[in-house]
Design a protein around this ligand. Structure first.
Ligand SMILES: [Zn+2]
Length: 156
């Protein structure tokens, strides 16, 4: 007698699942010839805001994926605070976006690959909200590869 396991796919963790959604946003940026960084904001298991880097399209150096996602999520909630929400972003937030996250009071930040040059963790001072939990390294290689390939293609 044989028993079949109907859960053929290994179950993804929620963090992996939502990081994949952020990677989809990064790929939209890539299709627009933007630096491929994507973000989603999740509340109670639902995506309430999405964003991808739009600095070229909007001619705006502040149009980072996280900033788009913060604005979208606040619009969705009808309030500026993102308590209880999680930001998933493919690359470590910069100091500006980490600073914006402070004002949102977001509960968690999950990022994929580190940004060795501009990531907020380079700054020693407490830049994120003291109640914000930080998780790094989720789907790190996928997130890093998008950026690496983008810049390699620019050098040709
Ligand atoms: Zn940023």
């Amino acid at each position: 007698m044989r028993y079949y396991n109907f859960t053929a796919e290994p179950s993804q963790s929620a963090d992996d699942f939502f990081m994949n959604e952020a990677i989809k946003e990064a790929k939209i940026a890539l299709s627009l010839d933007e630096v491929p960084i994507g973000a989603v904001i999740v509340s109670n298991g639902t995506i309430i805001g999405k964003g991808h880097n739009l600095t070229e399209q909007l001619n705006d150096v502040t149009a980072h994926a996280e900033m788009q996602a913060f604005t979208a999520a606040a619009n969705y909630l009808g309030g500026k605070y993102l308590k209880g929400c999680t930001l998933y972003v493919t690359i470590e937030p910069c100091v500006m976006c980490a600073g914006a996250s402070y004002w949102t009071q977001i509960s968690r930040i999950v990022y994929g690959a580190k940004d060795e040059k501009r990531g907020f963790s380079l700054v020693k001072s407490m830049i994120t909200h003291p109640k914000t939990e930080i998780v790094s390294g989720v789907k790190e290689s996928d997130c890093a590869l998008l950026i690496k390939n983008f810049f390699l293609s620019k050098r040709k």
